[in-house]
Design a protein around this ligand. Structure first.
Ligand code: NAI
Ligand code: MG
Length: 563
């Protein structure tokens, strides 16, 4: 995955509350044991590894899970499965494994090494059509799925969560290999969030219901919250398995059926989830998993006349295409969770140790411009942030002690470096980083810019990489105006000890989520989504259920009503 636990991966800790733990560590609230007894010591981001990186896998004999417990030893941490065998590479349609109609396959690579892990079948329009037919059949009136008790839909989701728990280590290893995400992050953040999401929506399955309404006249009126139908779900590469759960759990608990396309870069955990869906006992056709490329398989989903709803996470540019495709075809319902340029505002009065620690961590994590009031405090912030950036350990995501893995692919790697170059060209001060790292793999050093002005590309465009921009501001009114001067509105952070500022600034910021004296404090219970061009609709929490149900009002004539 991308080198930044920060930017795109900033969502990592959302569901895990990592940002609530003030310990200085690499991964989500865990204290890492010294790496020396586990594997080759990883390199810090300011060191160059003469022999390259990306080759060091932990010795299976050193798996901590098999070490005798010592009273004073740190708690055992999981270790990736060595030489993992990839089992599932075909399209999952109607609870069966299919080859693609075209015979084409997608090469799946490990971004830490470039190594070919396997090839998976590549879905195109005809395969999507097969998947939609199977999802439609599963949604027919009287089908096992439509006639199932709501509580049994919840039971199936809980069963799926049990199976994810059983395969926790396997899925985390697969995720780290396929996406370049740090293994312990995958294990403790993504997989934990996935399990929580499945269980949370399992609990909702039998609590989704309408109202009776006292309309005028002799009538009895009630509402039903009905499933929308076949949902086409398109997900990106930054949180492959977690996003999979975000896109199936609310859809299934409310009775829909699903055709889901993982990102072409990261299909492997989605295909393993498909196997678990079958094992859990979901009826055929309820979930179909079809890896493919965006302009072919993704476009076939967004244009399909028999898909009733599309939920998409990814770039704003593709979000626009999806909304347009819905308008050009059947006006399918569309929810979009898109890019962001999240401001983080650090007021000079942020004075408690906890907030200061959080502010530095946050500034480093945001895909964001961050600003601080008054120049001297901005300077102090810059120094703290670049120190932190330089302490990040880069290396193979499977190696213990590594904080930051590679970028997902060459396209993203080039995009980030091009934006870094533009920052230098446009006159920002490069405090640290700014270049690739290591001799193999798509690594980028954690990068911090100061003296950034609002007109620079790095201040305006989503970088989605380990690059931080620090800017200065001088009044509350000014910083609010500047923070809102963007087409995006995904999230924002602010740090202050002044309660009045906390209330007034959080209310004034145009963002779907505002974190005060914390950042990425995400939870499956809390809605997530953007204002403006960061998207439409909300995921997670009770609010997400609105995006997966149609409200039907039924009015029955009666002879005489009574109050
Ligand atoms: P993308 O938006 O192209 O890809 C995300 C998903 O959309 C993938 O499954 C892809 O196959 C699919 N897709 C692509 N083109 C499509 C089309 N025409 N119709 C239907 N589906 C399509 O994102 P990409 O290229 O991987 O990353 C580009 C930029 O997008 C990143 O640099 C970052 O700024 C942003 N991004 C934002 C994410 C978020 O969570 N908000 C996640 C991933 C990327
Ligand atoms: Mg991959």
């Amino acid at each position: 995955m991308r080198a930044d636990p920060a930017a795109p991966r900033s969502r990592a800790s959302r569901l895990y509350g990592a940002s609530l733990d003030p310990r200085p560590l690499g991964v989500a609230g865990l204290t890492m044991p010294g790496p020396s007894h586990l594997a080759r010591p990883p390199m810090r981001s300011d060191q160059q590894n003469p022999s390259g990186n990306g080759q060091s896998h932990p010795d299976p004999g050193q798996n901590l899970n098999h070490r005798p417990p010592h009273a004073d030893a740190p708690p055992a941490l999981p270790v990736p499965i060595p030489d993992l065998c990839i089992q599932h590479t075909k399209l999952f349609i109607n609870n069966e494994w299919h080859e693609s109609v075209s015979g084409r396959k997608i090469p799946v690579r490990n971004p830490a090494t470039g190594e070919l892990l396997c090839e998976v079948e590549e879905a195109d329009a005809e395969d999507i059509d097969k998947a939609v037919k199977s999802a439609r059949a599963a949604f027919e009136l009287g089908s096992p799925w439509r006639s199932m008790d709501a509580s049994d839909r919840g039971r199936l989701l809980n069963k799926l969560a049990d199976l994810v728990e059983r395969d926790h280590l396997l899925l985390a290893t697969l995720e780290a290999l396929d996406s370049g995400k740090v293994f312990l992050v995958a294990f403790f953040v993504d997989l934990v969030a996935t399990i929580k999401t499945l269980r949370y929506y399992a609990g909702w399955a039998d609590k989704i219901h309408g109202k009776t309404i006292p309309i005028d006249g002799d009538y009895f009126t009630y509402t039903r919250h009905e499933p929308i139908g076949v949902c086409g779900q398109i997900i990106p590469w930054n949180f492959p398995v977690m996003m999979f759960s975000w896109k199936i759990a609310p859809a299934l608990c409310s009775g829909n059926t699903v055709v889901i396309k993982p990102a072409e870069q990261t299909p492997l955990t989605a295909l393993h989830m498909a196997a678990l869906i079958k094992e859990a006992g979901f009826p055929p056709g309820v979930v179909n998993v079809v890896p493919g490329y965006g302009p072919t398989a993704g476009s076939a989903i967004s244009h399909h006349m028999d898909i009733d709803k599309v939920a998409f996470s990814g770039s704003t540019a593709v979000g626009k295409l999806i909304q347009r495709a819905a308008g050009d075809t059947n006006l399918k319902r569309v929810t979009l969770e898109l890019g962001g340029k999240n401001p983080i505002i650090v007021f000079a009065d942020c004075d408690c140790e906890y907030s200061k620690y959080q502010a530095v961590e946050t500034v480093l994590r945001g895909r964001v411009p961050a600003g601080s009031w008054k120049r001297p405090s901005t300077r102090r912030l810059c120094v703290a942030v670049w120190r932190k950036a330089r302490s990040k350990v880069l290396g193979d995501p499977l190696t213990p002690g590594v904080d930051q893995g590679p970028q997902i692919d060459r396209k993203q790697f080039d995009k980030i470096l091009e934006l870094v170059e533009s920052g230098q060209r446009e006159g920002a001060t490069l405090e640290c980083g700014g270049a690739p790292w290591g001799q193999q793999g798509l690594y980028i050093q954690p990068t911090v810019f100061s003296n950034v002005t609002d007109d620079m590309r790095i201040a305006k465009e989503e970088i989605f990489g380990p690059v931080q921009q620090i800017m200065c501001f001088s009044s509350v009114e000014e910083v609010v105006t500047r923070a809102n001067a963007t087409h995006y509105g995904l999230a924002a952070g602010l740090f202050t000890s002044d309660i009045d500022k906390a209330f007034t600034v959080s209310a004034a910021l145009q963002a779907g989520v505002v974190w005060v004296n914390c950042y990425n404090a995400m939870s499956v219970m809390c809605p997530f989504g953007g204002f403006k061009m960061s998207g439409n609709g909300r995921e997670l929490g009770e609010y997400a259920l609105q995006e997966y149900t149609e409200i039907k009002a039924i009015t029955i004539k009666i002879s005489k009503k009574n109050s």
